[in-house]
Design a protein around this ligand. Sequence first.
Ligand SMILES: O=P(O)(O)OC[C@H]1O[C@](O)(COP(=O)(O)O)[C@@H](O)[C@@H]1O
Ligand SMILES: [Mg+2]
Ligand SMILES: [Mg+2]
Length: 340
Amino acid sequence: MSQKHTTLGEFIIDNQKHFQYSSGELSRLINSIRLAAKVVNHEVNKAGLVDILGAVGETNIQGEDQQKLDVYANDIFMQTLTNRQIVCGVASEEEDDFVAIESNNGGHNNKYVVLIDPLDGSSNVDVNVSVGTIFSIYHRVTPIGTPVQLEDFLQEGTKQVAAGYVVYGTSTMLVYTTGHGVNGFTLNPAIGTFYLSHPNMSFPDDGNIYSINEGNYVHFPQGVKDYLKFCQEEVDNRPYTSRYIGSLVSDFHRNMIKGGVYLYPTSSKAPKGKLRLLYECNPMAFLAEQANGVATDGYKRIMEIKPTELHQRVPFFCGSKNMVADAEGFMAMYPEDANY
Ligand SMILES: O=P(O)(O)OC[C@H]1O[C@](O)(COP(=O)(O)O)[C@@H](O)[C@@H]1O
Ligand SMILES: [Mg+2]
Ligand SMILES: [Mg+2]
């Protein structure tokens, strides 16, 4: 069977041998995420026809206006993960606190926790621009059989057993890693099956695309301003091309395929950056590193940051390794900005 026809389900089974604690639970967990992604995809694809556009009129713990699709996607992933009895807890961008999930017999026998950004790129929902879902999976650290605790979620990114995203774009893709490279699967909507379309995805070492919201330029640290000047100079293969979709998943996906760097630094508006360490930066960092890329906060490796809060934010520099290194070179000239 040529690689093009390998389904996600077959790939998961074939690759189960890689899983650290191989008992099939992680396979079932990824299968559940696949199922929830298909349900959300179905709604996203007809967003203009159903009452799913616009805000719900409430703000989440981030202080952001929750979009109807944020809430819908959150409900679908929470229900699917709860019903399938494979996780002992979930933390979500749309939930104030982590949610403990009891197993059928009222126990706490499951060993995985999931951290999720149910709908990434919320500002693009109403304008038909690609959005995504991001997930990160850890083995719990507290004893199985006991209720899940905050410490099960506040683990360094290096402890992730799997991470991935779904991009709801011109096509719908699920891209994930279990620490053995990064593979992308495209949904055939006619039959509702994901097929392996992008095996062994990898960031080129270099690229000529930079992704940053330049509208915040005046608020950026000097190192970022210097790097942007560097990107826009007429030297060698520069000026680079500026591309910014405003959905982390979509900007990351493009940069992984074409070569590029995504930056969401601190700014006087967002003194710690905007993106959330646990369910945006850590999973994308795991994917980046598994795909020959790099992810830092401008100074140090994202995945070595010891989390202290569920919804903490960090600056994010991610993409082709030589481009991130260039950006870090400019940040290094201002060591005081490492203390955000
Ligand atoms: O509008 P800004 O400030 O440029 O922020 C865009 C960034 O914020 C995000 O939308 C944050 O994610 P959510 O939509 O999940 O809150 C990223 O996807 C995106 O890269
Ligand atoms: Mg997000
Ligand atoms: Mg979100």
